[in-house]
Ligand binder design. Structure first.
Ligand SMILES: Nc1nc2c(ncn2[C@@H]2O[C@H](COP(=O)(O)OP(=O)(O)OP(=O)(O)O)[C@@H](O)[C@H]2O)c(=O)[nH]1
Length: 524
């Protein structure tokens, strides 16, 4: 990863070099093209001597002057018609006219003013004669002949110098042109050399770039292969991990579900739960199918959405048969959206044991009635309800008469049977809403719900009579006899249970004192 900036800088460098070389090659190409154009232009100038026609014309002027002189002399002698002279004049004029304003001697090593002025004189005379000598105007032509015959002989020698100067100037100009051509050729050579170097460097750079690109491509291919291999390995590892995780979750004693937060899309339900709920496919799952109670499912869902986690929610879960389970949940992120992970496990065994323990802790083993502690708790709750709704409620204290004697006469085992039989009778005779307990030994208590003292007296009397008439096991050939004394106390407003117990106990004492096998009620 740390090579990435270096590689980027290298790529930028070689791109810049390539651009610089391309610019150099373009510049050199333009230079070569310019040089070629100049060389071609110069060569054409040299190849076409007519470009220097003014110099050649200077030569011809000399010849034309000679011919005009001869023609003038012939006209003056009458050997020539005037119009022929006009032709000669016009020929001379046609040669001098292009030289007007021209600098013929620019290439002389030193100036020759005499030659210059001779040429100007000839040009001026030829112009003047050309204007004078007209077709058909013999007189004017004759005048021109006279002037030419007089002027031209004097100009013949100076005109020779003009020719020499012209010759030198022409030779110099051609030399200069050749020198220029040579210079342009040299420039063209350098430009071509530069172009060659530029192209070579560009080609080298391109080859270098190609090699770098090939190297880079090879590296990339290797990297790609390596990555593909890693991806394949990782995919295999992940698939293996996923399969293992699924195996673990399927074998787990917990039920596991992963669904989106709305519960509409279910991603995973482990095998165990699928079987338990008899689901054909994971998408059939919903919280309503997990919980027996739809309201509980709703409350669990609300708690999970509000707190993002729910731990150890105990509830009755659906199954064949329904069972007690603990459900936990987490709101988490999955596939870019909120999801809920829910797992639960069976606690029916623990619940059963708890239930068993509760029964053991609250039940008297011999009679199956509430033990003292449980009786006190339930009696207190019933008293509270009675207090709240201002209902009557009466407490009975029941005690077997001369139970020591039963034990002593028939044995302890028979005594136990008697106690158990009495417990059964009390359960049978009293209502579900009444609370019955064995407070200890042969002493029992019952709290009669919504029963005033008068009704309670009747119930107590009925109990006493039932016990007296109760068929009891025979022992040692003798019929065991059993009677019951009962003390009765109705609830006083705001009186604690202990107060009522004390008053019922006092009433019981009264019944015992009065001869037993009877019911006595508390007087206060
Ligand atoms: N078989 C048996 N006897 C018990 C049990 N608990 C207490 N006892 C006996 O119950 C008897 C109670 O005797 P007492 O307190 O003298 O009372 P009583 O003989 O019934 O005399 P009164 O109550 O005055 O009529 C004792 O002998 C205890 O040993 C028990 O669980 N099983």
């Amino acid at each position: 990863m740390s090579d990435k900036p270096a590689a980027t800088a290298q790529a930028r460098n070689s791109r810049l070099k390539l651009i610089a070389l391309a610019v150099l090659v373009i510049a050199m190409t333009l230079t070569v093209a310019g040089s070629l154009w100049l060389v071609q232009k110069k060569a054409r100038q040299l190849a076409l001597p007519t470009l220097h026609s003014e110099l050649w014309q200077a030569y011809q002027i000399h010849m034309a002057m000679d011919r005009l002189l001869l023609a003038s002399q012939d006209l003056l002698k009458g050997k020539l018609v005037p119009d022929d002279l006009v032709v000669r004049v016009q020929v001379l004029r046609s040669l001098t006219q292009p030289l007007e304003g021209q600098h013929l001697f620019d290439f002389l090593p030193e100036s020759r003013p005499a030659a210059e002025s001779t040429l100007q004189r000839v040009i001026s005379l030829s112009r003047q004669w050309d204007e004078q000598a007209q077709w058909g105007d013999a007189a004017a032509t004759r005048q021109v002949a006279e002037q030419a015959a007089e002027s031209l002989p004097r100009l013949q020698k100076p005109m020779h110098e003009v020719m020499v100067a012209t010759n030198i100037s022409l030779a110099n100009e051609l030399d200069a042109e050749r020198q220029h051509l040579y210079d342009y050729f040299t420039g063209l050579g350098w430009a071509l050399l530069g172009l060659l170097i530029g192209v070579s460097l560009l080609v080298l750079r391109l080859v270098g770039n190609y090699r770098e690109a090939r190297e880079l491509s090879r590296n990339l291919t290797e990297l790609n292969q390596h990555l593909e291999q890693r991806v394949t390995e990782r995919t295999a590892e992940l698939a293996e991990g996923q399969a293992l995780l699924k195996q673990i979750l399927d074998a787990s004693p917990s039920d596991v579900v992963l669904a989106d937060s709305s519960g509409k899309q279910v991603y995973f339900v482990n095998q165990r739960l699928m079987q338990r709920l008899s689901l054909d496919q994971a998408s059939d799952f919903s919280l309503n199918r997990l919980f027996c109670n739809a309201r509980e499912a709703l409350h669990f869902r609300e708690a999970l959405l509000a707190r993002h986690r729910v731990d150890d929610w105990e509830g009755l879960l659906a199954g064949e048969p329904p069972y007690w389970g603990v459900v936990s949940g987490r709101l988490l992120e999955y596939r870019g959206g909120p999801a809920q992970l829910i797992w639960s496990y069976d606690i029916s065994l623990r619940k059963g044991m708890e239930q068993e323990l509760l029964v053991l802790a609250t039940t008297d083993a011999l009679t199956g009635l509430s033990n003292r502690h449980a009786f006190m708790q339930r009696a207190q709750e019933l008293l509270k309800t009675a207090e709240r709704f201002d209902q009557p409620c009466t407490l009975l204290m029941l005690d077997i008469d001369h139970f020591k004697q039963i034990n002593d006469t028939h044995g302890h085992q028979i005594g136990d049977k008697v106690l158990a039989t009495l417990g059964g009778l009390l359960k049978k005779e009293l209502r579900e809403v009444d609370i019955i307990g064995r407070l200890g030994g042969e002493e029992f208590a019952a709290l009669l719900a919504q029963t005033d003292q008068i009704d309670a007296m009747q119930v107590a009397e009925r109990l006493r009579a039932s016990v007296e008439a109760m068929p009891l096991p025979r022992a040692n050939g003798e019929q065991v006899r059993l009677t019951l004394s009962i003390g009765l106390a109705s609830r006083h407003p705001a009186e604690p249970l202990e107060g009522a117990l004390g008053r019922a106990d006092a009433a019981l004492y009264k019944a015992k004192s009065a001869g037993r096998n009877r019911v006595a009620r508390a007087t206060n």
